[in-house]
Design a protein around this ligand. Structure first.
Ligand code: IPE
Ligand code: IPE
Ligand code: MG
Length: 222
């Protein structure tokens, strides 16, 4: 079956820890395998014609995890992406980071800057990695930069993520948004999948697009 491809796909990359724990591995290995999978799924999304892929990689609430896990998340998965981009010159999409920069360690910013600048001239999809991202912080931050009368257009200009979401996928069975793209998801189609993120396959992505193709997006009309 042919399927429709969402222009803006958003994914909540959830379940890395449980994926590892189920296998008797430390949680951080789940994060590492999650990063490998992101690379694979992003390539596939780009090949299928997705224009924007926004992924939730670290939330403003994730700072409340144990320090060792936060330290790992701040650097290791990004280093993986960085190393692979050095090797795989065939990466054909742009990477940008969306979220708050002020709390991130210097080393993290260095890797982020490198990933962004190395992919800046690529054509194709834009992969937006939401890192120290929280929707409430994003909206307050935007409001603080505009003047009355507030309009959707003015606000949008200062949001980290400017495009409305067409399809949101969350892995790992949780059925909630966890402060992700509250504004941009206003009319998104939602799909919740039981599998943990490191097990989410290219096939699962295509299955989600088939499900999305069956949805009747009415936008309030008849
Ligand atoms: C998603 O996996 C990655 C981040 C939130 C950083 P989790 O770490 O939330 O994995 P679970 O949900 O505990 O299994
Ligand atoms: C949401 O996952 C954040 C990311 C995937 C980065 P969490 O695992 O942190 O969300 P909750 O705490 O289960 O809602
Ligand atoms: Mg989780």
């Amino acid at each position: 079956m042919k399927f429709k491809v969402p222009s803006h796909l958003a994914i909540i990359l959830d379940g890395n820890g449980r994926w590892a724990q189920k296998r008797g591995l430390p949680r951080n290995l789940g994060h590492y395998n999650g990063a490998i999978n992101l690379f694979k799924i992003a390539n596939h999304a780009n090949n299928l014609g997705v224009k924007f892929l926004t992924v939730y990689a670290f939330s403003t609430e994730n700072w409340n995890r144990p320090k060792a896990e936060v330290d790992y998340l701040m650097l290791k998965p990004l280093e993986y992406l960085n190393e692979n981009i050095d090797r795989l010159k065939d990466i054909s999409y742009k990477i940008i980071f969306v979220g708050r920069r002020t709390k991130l360690p210097k080393e993290t910013i260095l890797v982020i800057d490198k990933l962004e600048s190395q992919t800046r001239n690529n054509k194709g999809m834009i992969l937006q990695i939401a890192f120290d991202y929280g929707s409430k912080e994003e909206i307050i931050n935007a409001f603080n930069q505009i003047e009355k009368p507030y309009t959707e257009e003015k606000l949008r200009e200062f949001l980290y993520v400017k495009e409305d979401v067409d399809l949101l996928i969350r892995t790992s069975g949780e059925v909630r948004l966890s402060n992700f793209l509250l504004w941009q998801n206003a009319y998104a189609e939602l799909i919740f999948i039981k599998k943990h993120w490191p097990s989410f396959s290219k096939k699962d992505l295509e299955k989600s697009f088939k499900e999305y193709s069956k949805r009747n997006r009415r936008f309030g009309k008849l």
